[in-house]
Design a protein around this ligand. Structure first.
Ligand code: APR
Length: 316
């Protein structure tokens, strides 16, 4: 096993802590760098007692930001504020846009070759923000910047397995597009194993997958959004990046990336991962007419979200 240093940016948060736990639990990680503006010494001390290989280090506050990133192959970003009831992911834009911009700027300086996985919402806009920042710094490699949409796939697999009485670990549904509301497009027609639903059930299931984050925000009643399932999904995605870095072949994850598959400059599709990030974009596959309509509805919204992210970085 080669040395793999992973940095978690926002490691003390609701997502950051369980995400760091799951990464520390994996023998694939040899160094775990925990960055936040508060509380990382405690989180790191706690995790460091686990008898797994990863060396855990705390970096607290902006003066330690660059050190937290130096030498990292994989950077995972859950930093930012979460949703409260009644908020959309786009309502988080004002706060989280500048957080992601500043973290990307530090990466451009000290870890320009790292693979970066962005969890901070609105992902539809924060991925373009990080990309523009790296671009302006002259170090942008579109194969290395990922928006984490894995929770949408995890949810789709779970809900479909439940409705058909299947083992959720054996169901795999691609979910494409973006990571909010109508931009989330589950491709149930491409599910393995192959299954079908009557139209009304298909529609209800699709809408549940699109609004599943809001289900959690409501249930948490003002105390936050999905953290534990998000950490589970983020760890799965991060570990897939590491497996691919280690030379494992055939690793495929859906992710929101720079794309020319549709009219939207960034778009999530299944991606074959490799040592340099994106090895191959596997594209849309064959869509049902229902899914094609979802795609048509998603594109204008996605384009708007992308433009908003780009404008934020390029404002005069
Ligand atoms: N740099 C690093 N960490 C930061 C910064 C910053 N500039 N600003 C805030 N943080 C940290 C906070 O200190 C906190 O520990 O980010 C963490 C966020 O944790 P929570 O508030 O618990 O939010 P969480 O539920 O983890 O969600 C974070 O992920 O899914 C998205 O929509 C969600 O955008 C939100 C983000």
């Amino acid at each position: 096993i080669r040395d793999v240093k992973v940095s978690v940016m926002g490691a003390s948060g609701g997502i950051g802590q369980p995400l760091s736990l799951l990464l520390k639990q994996s023998p694939l990680v040899t160094e775990l760098s925990l960055y936040d503006i508060v509380n990382t010494p405690g989180v790191a001390a706690d995790l460091s007692h686990m008898n797994t290989p990863a060396k855990v280090k705390a970096y607290n506050g902006p003066e330690q930001l660059k050190d937290s990133l130096k030498g990292s192959q994989v950077v995972i970003i859950p930093a930012g504020v979460p949703r409260k009831p009644g908020m959309t992911r786009d309502d988080l834009f004002n706060t989280n846009a500048s957080i992601v911009r500043d973290l990307a700027a530090a990466m451009a300086e000290v870890a320009p070759k790292a693979l970066v996985a962005i969890i901070s919402n609105p992902v539809n806009s924060t991925v373009p923000i990080a990309s523009e920042v790296l671009q302006k710094a002259g170090v942008y490699d579109p194969n290395r910047v990922f928006g984490v949409t894995t929770l949408d796939i995890v949810r789709a697999n779970t809900f479909i397995a439940e409705s058909k009485g299947l083992d959720p670990q054996k169901v795999n549904v691609p979910v494409i597009g973006g990571h909010s509301g109508i931009t989330i497009i589950p491709l149930i027609s491409q599910c393995t194993p192959s299954i079908s639903f009557p139209d009304n059930q298909l529609k209800a299931l699709t809408e549940r997958i699109q609004e599943a984050g809001t289900e959690v925000v409501k249930a948490k009643a003002g105390t936050g959004s999905a953290t534990l399932s998000m950490a589970f999904a983020g760890a799965r995605f991060g570990l897939s990046l590491i497996r691919a870095l280690n030379g494992e072949t055939g690793i495929i994850e859906c992710s929101y990336v720079k794309s020319n598959v549709t009219d939207a400059k960034y778009f999530s599709t299944p991606i074959l991962l490799g040592k340099n990030g994106i090895e191959k974009n596997l594209g849309l596959g064959k869509l049902s007419s229902f899914e094609q309509k979802l795609l048509d509805a998603a594109i204008p919204e996605l384009k708007k979200n992308i433009q908003k992210g780009e404008d934020f970085v390029n404002k005069k």
